[in-house]
Design a protein around this ligand. Sequence first.
Ligand code: M6R
Length: 650
Amino acid sequence: MAGRTGLPCTGAAAPAGTLRAMCGIVGYTGRPGAAAELREAGSHSALDVVMEGLRRLEYRGYDSAGVAVLTEDGVQSRKKSGKLANLAAVLEEDPLPVAATGIGHTRWATHGGPTDANAHPHLADGGRLALIHNGIIENFAEIKQELLQEGAEFLSETDTEVAAVLLGSLYRGAAEGDLRRAMQLACQRLEGAFTLLAVHADSPGMVVAARRNSPLVVGLGENENFLGSDVSGFIDFTRRAVELGQDQIVTITPETMDITDFFGEPAEGTEFEVNWDAKAAEKGGYGSFMEKEINDQPQAVGDTLLGRSDSEGRLTLDELRVDPEDLKSINKIMVLACGTSAYAGQVAKYTIEHWCRIPVEVELSHEFRYRDPIVDANTLIVAISQSGETMDTLMAVRYAKEQGAKVLAICNTHGSTIPRESDAVLYTHAGPEIAVASTKAFLAQITAAYLLGLYLAQLRGNKFQGEIKDILADLAAIPGKIQQVLDASGQVRELAEMMADTRSVLFLGRHVGFPIAMEGALKLKELAYIHAEGFAAGELKHGPIALIEEGQPVFVVVPSPRGRNSLHAKVVSNIQEIRARGARTIVIAEEGDDAVKDYAEHVFYVPEAAPLLAPLLTVVPLQIFACALATAKGYDVDQPRNLAKSVTVE
Ligand code: M6R
């Protein structure tokens, strides 16, 4: 299997006010048989595979979940609002028969509330067809009107049910009972972003799926095949995967996989081997994925550095697959990203500008393409995304490519859309990040940005080889230092527990400490639902200092006092200013910085590091604080309310 089919830049965007969904989907088909026979034959029960896949994909959405299996009596399904555990309870009370083919869905709802009725699968063709969906059908209202006029009835408020009823109607009509043909015809009609999976009682052993602007990966097994939003949907069963291109339809049976475009023309995917195993996606004895992922950080940084330089300290980023001459000729870098990844981009700005003397702009992907940005063939776009599926960033990448810019992705997920559509990719090796709040991927992104900066400096002659080697040596020492921060984190946890009732926390930082302050605030907002703001410390007197009143907790990320250009004294002055107005100051400082003790209620020390590398250490206590405080409040830190891991629609 080779090559990729064309990836048209549709630039499809949901119209203002459209409601959207991001979800996890799984499909499976294997040899038919009873459960015991299946196990003996090395095959599986469809329900077991689908539920295991949903468990691993639940981070994508957890408002409701549902499954459908193909049995001798036709399609049977169960669905329930709330987390996957609710569906598991329903299945225990009202079990489904053993089946060899099934599909499953875990939902992040906005289009129709998180009710049982709106949960997927949606049935059509008199209950003989079941469909699940990730994305948004933009023209659902128009299609629904037509179907209503034909006498169709709808049981939910979702766009998905419209797609299901359309598919059922095409199946009975123009497609003459051919599910794959019906899917092709339906996809020609549908607009927007969607991954669809369908089964029909007339086609036992078959799952038909389609994708446009929404993720879908195939897993290849022995006499069984799988579908998932990403490889975690089937990682327990196979590591052989196939990434699909845009606007493709894939049909799986236990023995075959067949790919076409939306018009039935044969197409191909790209096969790859998943390079992490299922254990990497387990909690490993920690209370939550987030705790585990915070503790994985030394390894995430170490693995991201691994194999990227030779013994002379020369960076060898062969995987970049971009002509060095192109990189030499760039005169501007624009980093595009959202959320935590955008804060990694801000750290990259300080570093790359300092090391390479190239102007670097950082922009939120969703702002970028709506303001007529100035990019051309001499602009290097650096798209940072853990998931590689963030729709805002994907759309920004497409827009930048249309303007002639080169795009380099920094990404943690192999086979995902953003690296696939970029000219070059630098993979972070953080392993699967399951908790919705990003931690280890953030550190790995910053590490990858350092590597990129050093590579550009090497290529463009901005730094001597010896200087690059020294920085790489400093970087190599960082994982051990992160471990020291983790080992000494007991006091941070204690403080977080004491502060469980706090209603507002401010974060201050300067230079590379500024994005870290904003990241500390974001972690607290998304996990503990507390009002939190990050500010540039120098900005205080321009307004934010008015927020300070007696007892207001303020975290301050203090730069190292070492070095000629240290901003240490300025930040200490800022601490004094807020303390004088009643703030309760909590300081993150470098070991040996005794001067801050006099101005802080609490000091958390991190080991010495070069100022530009310090973010890899100073953010760790802030992550631990947010995680511990949210845990103390009894919140689910892995699946915070209203959020989903991958924001796969605009
Ligand atoms: O997958 P991405 O890196 O593109 O995701 C970007 C943001 O959605 C993500 O970082 C988000 O802000 C996290 N929940 C932060 O913890």
